[in-house]
Design a binder for this molecule. Structure first.
Ligand SMILES: [Zn+2]
Length: 223
């Protein structure tokens, strides 16, 4: 997956609502996945998306303390509710409409799109449609890190197996990613997306990020 150019991020160990569990469980949810991922790829991610995109202020602090950038999305394909051959057209329409709308907005010409590769229609139908549509629109699909202008060396960290050491935030992290990780609560999705937009705008490049697809794979591995 990584050698194909995807960015691997965390979606936690067993997909619990991080706003509804105690602090020790939040950390366990992130640490368990770190241990598993380290066994597979020999490093751990800097990026994560909270399950259900739910992370209140206490959760956001724990996520920050563990050195993560929490990421959300601004285009929801709703593929989870459209997983059959006819209904998936609804997700395709949502994708094209919202991406086109964002493209027309000079202050927001990038999108972070969510879909789930564990779904049959997403894996074998919607994804191909999204990529071909982007090409038709003259756009480019990139990873979340690239979308945020965060250098690739910041996308992962070395796993040291020490809980205390894992609380330090990488110092070389891009300012934009820091900004998104420091936002809290329900405001996080908007701020993450807008910081991505402004960066992409300066490089005159449009970004579509399919990180959620990768996160779903991690969930599949974990369960
Ligand atoms: Zn999820």
């Amino acid at each position: 997956m990584e050698t194909e150019g995807h960015q691997i991020a965390s979606h936690t160990w067993t997909h619990q609502d991080l706003s509804k569990v105690p602090a020790y469980m939040r950390r366990k949810q992130l640490w368990n996945l770190e241990m598993a991922l380290n066994n597979i790829v020999g490093k751990i991610p800097t990026y994560m998306r909270p399950p259900y995109s739910s992370c209140d202020s206490a959760c956001q602090k724990d996520v920050d303390d563990l050195g993560y950038h929490s990421i959300s999305f601004d285009v929801d394909t709703d593929d989870y509710n459209q997983n059959n051959a006819s209904k998936i057209q609804i997700s395709k329409d949502r994708f094209k409409t919202n991406v086109t709308t964002n493209l027309a907005n000079t202050e927001k010409n990038a999108s972070l799109v969510i879909s789930h590769d564990i779904l049959e229609q997403t894996a074998h139908n919607l994804t191909e449609y999204m990529l071909s549509t982007l090409t038709q629109l003259g756009l480019k699909a990139v990873t979340v890190g690239e979308c945020l202008g965060d250098p690739e060396e910041n996308w992962y960290r070395q796993f040291n197996g020490s809980e205390s050491d894992s609380t330090s935030t990488p110092s070389s992290t891009a300012g934009s990613a820091q900004a998104s990780s420091s936002s809290s609560g329900s405001a996080a999705p908007e701020q993450s997306a807008s910081s991505a937009s402004s960066l992409i705008q300066t490089s005159n490049q449009f970004a579509y990020a399919s990180f959620a697809v990768l996160l779903s794979i991690l969930v599949a591995l974990a369960v």
